[in-house]
Design a protein around this ligand. Structure first.
Ligand code: 13P
Length: 250
């Protein structure tokens, strides 16, 4: 299956002045990791994060980007700016951005294409709300999100994308999906990917689970066949907890 990637999503937490020491702490705590270790930080922390990660195994990601190259887009940040800083990854279409900042499957697609064009690795988030799960339409909805995110993207590029399955009801709630629920959807995503591209492509793509993953439940989730890593919110803010999750991915 895909390459294992454990990525922290700091969201709107930590200060630029705390970033250097914290990334160094993460690097020390996860030394010798057998999987890819990524810290996705707020824009204003990225420069310090990249500096701290230099000459370590830790990779740095942003939490968003704009899909245009440049221009009159006050407050936005382009892919070129992230690349110029030395950033490797970028989270796209997190449910918080869809919910609070009007991101749509269309903007997710534009951003994913732009990130790929510029050599950034997109972590594309998909996931259902509690109402959608209870209505029994989880997989239909995820299929739409995945198909729209990958519209117009060729197989060679598509394989580079990391897909993060994050059920909205499990984010920041302490209510994790069971390993079986998470596996079921991640397996479904791999099938959709196989239909869009090929079986080999589907075997190679990395599919993460995110939503209240923590030091206590990571091992069980990561043991599932189709879960190749995690996108970690709260537990990525404590280096010791994050390191336990990284170890669980080995
Ligand atoms: P929590 O781990 O805090 O639930 O957040 C998950 C998430 O949204 C990661 O992107």
């Amino acid at each position: 299956m895909g390459k294992y990637i454990i990525a922290g999503n700091w969201k709107m937490n930590k200060l630029p002045s705390e970033t250097y020491d914290f990334v160094k702490e993460v690097a020390a705590a996860t030394e010798g990791a057998k999987c890819e270790v990524v810290c996705c930080t707020p824009y204003v922390c990225l420069a310090e994060a990249v500096k701290a990660a230099k000459d370590t195994h830790v990779k740095i990601g942003a939490e968003n980007l704009h899909f245009e190259d440049k221009g009159a887009f006050t407050g936005e940040v382009s892919a070129d700016m992230l690349v110029d800083l030395g950033v490797d990854y970028v989270i796209i279409g997190h449910s918080e951005r869809r919910q609070y900042f009007a991101e749509t499957d269309e903007t997710v697609n534009l951003k994913t294409k732009k990130a790929l064009e510029k050599g950034l690795i997109p972590i594309v988030c998909v996931g259902e709300s509690l109402e959608e799960r209870e209505a029994g339409i989880t997989m239909d909805l995820i299929a739409i999100q995945v198909k729209k995110a990958f519209a117009g993207i060729e197989a060679a590029d598509a394989k580079k994308v990391v897909i993060a399955y994050e059920p909205i009801w499990a984010i920041g709630t302490g209510k994790t999906a069971t390993a079986e629920q998470a596996q079921e959807v991640c397996e479904g995503i791999r099938k959709i990917f196989a239909e869009l591209y090929c079986d080999k492509c589907a075997a190679e793509v990395t599919i993460q689970y995110g939503g209240s993953m923590n030091a206590g439940n990571a091992a069980e989730l990561l043991a599932k066949n189709d879960i190749d890593g995690g996108l970690i919110g709260g537990a990525s803010l404590k280096s010791a907890d994050f390191a336990v999750i990284v170890k669980a991915a080995q």
